[in-house]
Design a protein around this ligand. Sequence first.
Ligand code: MG
Length: 160
Amino acid sequence: MIDFRVGFGYDSHRLEIGRKLFIGGIEIPFHKGAVAHSDGDALIHAICDALLGAAGLQDIGTHFPDNDDQYKNIDSKRLLVKTKDLILQRQWTINNIDATVVLEEPRLSPFKEHIKRCLADLLGVDGDRIAIKAKSNEKMGDIGRGEGVAAFAAVTIGKQ
Ligand code: MG
């Protein structure tokens, strides 16, 4: 019998002029970036929360508290690898990840393949198990005004 789990994650960060913008482990050239304790990579944070949730391991803030100095300005790719290790230690296999980034600008379509490959390499899964979608917010609300970025992720994991 296969134990099969679904996880869901959400994250958002404010954007400010003069900061770096990281999405899915890739630095995106833009004049604004995320305000955060870490590097503010909302996509990776949403994926971490989805993986942890699926495995019944609470959330990213439990494992990597934002008041802990060892995580200050941390590269979120390291958080993703640490999360993967927690999942694999419990014999889970990552089946697939389906994620959406909501960002008014810049358009992420030129970066989606690069993001997918980066995440697949970090997680040790085939690229066809990861889907990255990007949407604008159609100029509505805070994200529509370019004040922030949000990401949603659904994952499935399984074990024998
Ligand atoms: Mg975050």
